[in-house]
Write a protein that binds this ligand. Structure first.
Ligand code: HEC
Length: 143
């Protein structure tokens, strides 16, 4: 039990240190996780995997958590390097970028609360997904 607690604490510390030292790696990892969640959601939407309310809510909760962490990971010294695909607009339009994440967080939380079944999940999931492409168009360089 104590060993588990220590392992979890060490892990949490490791993540914090990684975030502070390498914001590019940290933000890419968060976005990759968004991508993985989006894939799960698409499979559930299409009926490739059975609808599961807890998993559906977890997708939106994951998005909201990601949206809250992201804006702090773009310090001025991280415009290039680390294979970042962040566009210059992230720094020339900081307010717009932050607003994009605020909207993404808000809509993800609303979706988490609103989903009750497959039909409502499909609606919420496709609505929230508009945030992804909407933001990437302006703030991410196409690769
Ligand atoms: C408000 C802006 C914003 C929103 C909303 C957003 N993204 Fe991103 N995304 C970015 C930016 C900026 C990058 C570039 C990351 C970097 O290299 O700094 C990115 C990168 C990515 C990447 C590539 C990660 C890598 O390996 O480098 C994936 C995958 C991704 N986003 C998926 C998603 C999905 C799926 C959603 C919606 C559920 C989403 N994003 C919502 C801004 C956003």
């Amino acid at each position: 039990m104590i060993r588990t607690v220590l392992a979890v604490a060490a892990l949490a510390l490791g993540v914090t240190v990684a975030t502070a030292q390498d914001p590019i790696a940290a933000r890419k990892a968060i976005m990759k996780e968004n991508g993985a969640q989006a894939k799960n959601g698409a499979a559930m939407s299409k009926g490739d995997v059975p609808f599961d309310l807890a998993k559906a809510k977890a997708i939106f909760a994951g998005y909201a958590a990601a949206a809250e962490k992201m804006p702090t990971l773009y310090p001025d010294n991280s415009k290039t390097g680390g294979e970042t695909s962040a566009a210059p607009a992230v720094w020339t339009d900081k307010a717009g970028f932050a607003a994009g994440f605020a909207k993404f967080a808000k809509e993800s939380k609303e979706a988490e609360a609103a989903v009750t079944d497959l039909a409502s999940f499909k609606t919420q999931f496709s609505n929230v997904a508009k945030n992804c492409s909407g933001c990437h168009e302006t703030f991410r360089v196409k690769s």
